[in-house]
Design a protein around this ligand. Structure first.
Ligand code: 13P
Ligand code: SF4
Length: 303
């Protein structure tokens, strides 16, 4: 880590009365200077309780946007405005409006990996950490339209027994992982427990021992008596897992499972964000108000 840049960030953070939130996929040096690291659900919850004037959000755009939706009174900055999520861009609000017309009885559940405009068209939001509980909370006599991640949708449908109309989005990083990657790693580390993210494809999920959000993986690794784990998600989480569990061993299912957008944020950009107070993420009213309703309904569901 560049200690000089880290020291300047710490100094400016105090002057601006700012907090730094980082997703579990961020570069190690960014996770290390953050006040809080977590998965999408943990970061959404944290964004509602932080005591700060400024939130520097180290993650992809929809995550910073979620923080901005929940915090109209605070300044939310993203260190690189081009850090987007290709899955979130696989459905537009206009496409969703058309799909809703085809299914007028359906309640719409949107994965948090979606734009504010799409969230504004939804009944309730979910993350990979609470999607099962969110879907299970919906009335049995209503159809469910789930957007945009077809793989998370399939997983939730299987576990809740609720048939759902699925959009065809997916994560290009998780879609790279194939069952052979797991088989190879299991041969190398026969004692290891295999944890994969629900954004992985069906055959990959079927080859795993546990299917968990990134926050769920952190909890599972901490509480498990196992000492070796094969991790099927973006490789950035290995830093957090290894740091939290120094006596345990973690192996990526695939070293190339890297999200290029998550890696757009680095220490220099965090420093510039605080120096120049940019790039501010703003969501126009009334989109913000409608998107907030779908996120708040989600936050009321018990996990
Ligand atoms: P988590 O909420 O599990 O951290 O997942 C976010 C994400 O973008 C996964 O690709
Ligand atoms: Fe989006 Fe996939 Fe990157 Fe997560 S890992 S932010 S779903 S592209």
């Amino acid at each position: 880590m560049n200690t000089e840049i880290a020291a300047r960030i710490a100094e400016l953070k105090e002057r601006r009365h700012a907090v730094i939130l980082a997703h579990n996929y961020q570069l190690p040096e960014v996770q290390d200077i953050a006040d809080f690291s977590g998965d999408s659900l943990e970061l959404s919850r944290k964004a509602t309780t932080v005591d700060a004037d400024v939130i520097v959000f180290c993650g992809v755009h929809f995550m910073a946007e979620t923080a901005a939706i929940l915090n109209p009174g605070r300044i939310v900055l993203i260190p690189d405005p081009l850090a987007g999520c290709p899955m979130a861009d696989m459905i537009t609000a206009e496409e969703l409006r058309r799909k809703k017309q085809e299914h007028p009885n359906a309640l719409v559940v949107c994965y948090v990996n979606s734009t504010a405009e799409v969230k504004a068209e939804c009944d309730i939001c979910c993350t990979s950490g609470n999607a099962i509980q969110v879907v299970a909370s919906l009335p049995a006599d209503r159809d469910i339209l789930f957007v945009p991640d077809r793989y998370l949708g399939e997983h939730v449908s299987r576990l809740t027994g609720r048939e759902m109309i699925l959009w065809h989005g997916y994560c290009p990083t998780h879609a790279q992982i194939v069952p052979d990657d797991i088989a190879r790693r299991r041969t190398e580390h026969p004692q290891a427990v295999v944890l994969v993210h629900p954004e992985c494809t069906g055959p990959v999920r079927a080859a795993a021992d546990e299917i968990l959000s990134t926050g769920g993986m952190c909890r599972f690794a901490r509480e498990s008596t196992a000492t070796e784990f094969i991790i099927g998600t973006e490789t950035g989480i290995l830093h957090r897992l290894q740091k939290d569990n120094p006596a345990k061993r973690f192996y990526p299912v695939k070293t190339s499972a890297v999200c290029p957008n998550m890696k757009k944020i680095n220490l220099e950009k965090v420093l510039w964000a605080l120096q120049e107070m940019r790039h501010e993420v703003r969501v126009p009213e009334p989109v913000r108000e409608r998107a907030r309703a779908s996120i708040e309904r989600m936050l009321q569901v018990k996990v």
